[in-house]
Ligand binder design. Structure first.
Ligand SMILES: NC(=O)c1ccc[n+]([C@@H]2O[C@H](COP(=O)([O-])OP(=O)(O)OC[C@H]3O[C@@H](n4cnc5c(N)ncnc54)[C@H](OP(=O)(O)O)[C@@H]3O)[C@@H](O)[C@H]2O)c1
Length: 248
């Protein structure tokens, strides 16, 4: 393959993954999309290729099949320059409280599998001496709430994995880890929810912020969405005795 830069999106069928692929492609990056639904990945890859005129490829991947993760990484046509993991599942919190399989799936999808997969890239990037890992976590991981605490707990775990990995890599200086914490984004995941318009952004805003934090203006941890860093700082500052009685 040519020496142009390559982006790999894990969760290439998602709205945020699609927007992110397009953002990098517009800068001339080649795009690899990995998804458990190859048809959906193909549709997004074709759209990116048509709109940005770059080379795209797709790969099938179910991240919960953790015994296949190493083979997936080793079989890629190229070790990407940046890997962005947008895999996630909000799940039904109330149902998960009595359905252990669903609760397990939410926690594995948002924490265990992305962390295991990104670790494989971190080790290979370290060996090569370059690369950026971008993990899309969530503000939901900043403080556990009644409405989504399996999802939030898993995102908290994922954010901590990314923090620890960044800490391990930082002294070597060449490989970067970026934690992305969106607030409300209008996507398939939130299509059923009534989101507060002033706090809600579109997927291309997340994509712009990811590209900026990776390439244009390197950052370690970013919040996406109007005023969300401030909103979460206020929520996290609430004393537990107050917070536990609130429904936000
Ligand atoms: N939308 C928001 O308001 C919001 C806020 C904060 C954080 N986020 C995070 O942003 C990321 C992208 O979400 P989105 O809003 O773009 O929603 P989405 O379109 O539902 O994206 C979720 C992605 O995860 C993939 N996925 C789930 N389980 C998988 C598995 N076992 N193997 C491979 N892929 C799997 C889905 O694949 P399928 O297409 O096959 O289902 C889909 O591509 C998620 O991590 C989400 O938690 C979203």
């Amino acid at each position: 393959m040519s020496d142009k830069k390559w982006l790999l999106v894990i969760g290439g069928s998602s709205d945020i993954g699609h927007a992110t692929a397009l953002r990098y492609a517009k800068e001339g990056w080649g795009v690899l999309l990995a998804a458990r639904d190859p048809d959906a990945a193909r549709r997004n890859a074709d759209d990116v290729a048509a709109r940005a005129g770059v080379e795209t490829q797709i790969r099938a991947l179910d991240v919960l099949q953790t015994d296949k993760l190493a083979a997936f990484v080793d079989d890629l046509p190229v070790l990407p320059d940046t890997v962005v993991c947008v895999v996630g599942e909000l799940g039904d919190q109330v149902r998960a409280q009595t359905d252990l399989d669903l609760a397990t799936k939410i926690m594995r999808t948002n924490f265990e599998a992305p962390s295991l997969l990104l670790e494989l890239f971190a080790q290979r990037f370290e060996k090569r001496g370059s690369g950026t890992i971008v993990g899309v976590s969530s503000v939901a991981g900043d403080r556990g709430r009644a409405s989504n605490y399996y999802y939030g707990a898993a995102k908290a775990g994922f954010s901590q994995y990314l923090s620890g990995r960044r800490n391990r890599l930082a002294l070597a200086g060449k490989v970067r880890v970026v934690t992305v914490k969106p607030g409300f984004v209008r996507t398939r995941m939130t299509a059923h929810m009534k989101l507060p318009a002033p706090l809600t952004v579109q997927p291309d805003r997340v994509a712009d912020d990811i590209f900026r934090a990776d390439v244009a203006s390197p950052r370690d941890v970013i919040y996406v969405g109007k005023r969300f860093r401030l909103v979460m700082a206020l929520i996290c500052a609430l004393p537990e005795g107050v917070f536990k009685r609130m429904r936000i």
